[in-house]
Design a protein around this ligand. Sequence first.
Ligand SMILES: Cc1cc2nc3c(=O)[nH]c(=O)nc-3n(C[C@H](O)[C@H](O)[C@H](O)COP(=O)(O)O)c2cc1C
Length: 404
Amino acid sequence: MQATPPTRQIDGARFREVLGSYPTGVAIVTCTDEHGAPAGMVIGTFTSVSLDPPLIGYLPMKTSRTFARMRGSPTFCVNILAADQEAVCQHFASPAEDKFAGLAWHASPAGNPVLDGVVAWIDCDYASVTEVGDHYIVLGGVLGMQLERDTAPLLFFQRGYGRFSPGPLVAAAERETIEAVQLAEIGRDEMEAVATELNAECSIIAAVGGDVVYVAVENQSPYFRLRSRLGFRVPCAPPLGPLFVGSPGAPGDDEWLKRLGRPDQETIASALAQLERVRSRGWSIALQGAGEDENLDEMVALYSNPHRTPGQERRLLAAAKARAGLHEPAELLDHVSYDVRHLSVPVRDAGGQVLLVLRLSALPPAADLDRIRQWLARLQLSAARLEQTIAARREHCRAARLHA
Ligand SMILES: Cc1cc2nc3c(=O)[nH]c(=O)nc-3n(C[C@H](O)[C@H](O)[C@H](O)COP(=O)(O)O)c2cc1C
């Protein structure tokens, strides 16, 4: 097949510069050639084409010797490279004689190489090959496909490699995090005292860049946790982080709801009712769900990784939404026992803004309301002391600045 494009005069360097301002992913198209040897070439032009029928496409140069070799095979496999596979890409793009030497791979169901560590692979046969200018457009009919790794892909932009970074707020939030850690340091004694007295995990959390981050943790709970929550973060989105909503570093009421995407009316109504309950009570409670908590901890750990993927973020938000009924129950009854996951109280500045939250976790199960009230009172005592200490330090700093 041949398509004849119109002839126009565009400077080649300019063409590359302008088109290079559009980022692409990076894939390696592989096959087993007619002599049974593995072959592969790097492509940035891979794209999804059609769902029905399932077609993908890419554009090899007409001069590519590798592509000429690949035509000898009835099928090929698109390997989507992960962000940590830049070296694999460089190796395939180099003039190296044996591109597969020293690399681990296995055969796909269609018999094409799948490189270890790729994000995904797609086995295809040739639906069509069309000559266009100095390239071919290859349409591949999808035979099989598989996600291999839940990780970010390698990106190519302005002739350089990079990776997707989640959210525009991550870098800006560094300074906020340091400030929050410094503030939490002032509360270390209170946090440790609460953890020791109640044989529980006590932590200090702060709102940073729209997330809620554990900035200090002391665990004295016999209810063993494998991993410390220190540095863990969750999105400040319903039902999470209600104590922070409207304070610096955290979203306002509307943004808090919007982080759920397009929630239905019922979700909005129950999230707002929870927010209202937390504000009128002045504290926050989350109950333990049956059996899913380890899974949730794992999702939180993935979200806390600065290289998290949008998929990992969506899955955590969905899991949080699914267990929203365990947060801020409308009624807590006498003579009923509760498995409490978290109990949280705010630490405010003189203007009433929430600076930090003091949180109890890893508590003994089956607590009655009296017990919960005792925990709460102890937590509130420490929060009040911490508020006084922070206010006194701030006053001291202000006075020192006036004298300077
Ligand atoms: C990030 C990146 C993207 C590339 N994308 C393409 C592409 O879409 N089509 C293509 O023909 N070559 C592409 N190349 C170049 C080929 O990988 C490589 O130059 C070609 O396989 C070498 O030619 P040969 O097959 O004759 O050895 C790309 C190279 C890199 C580093």
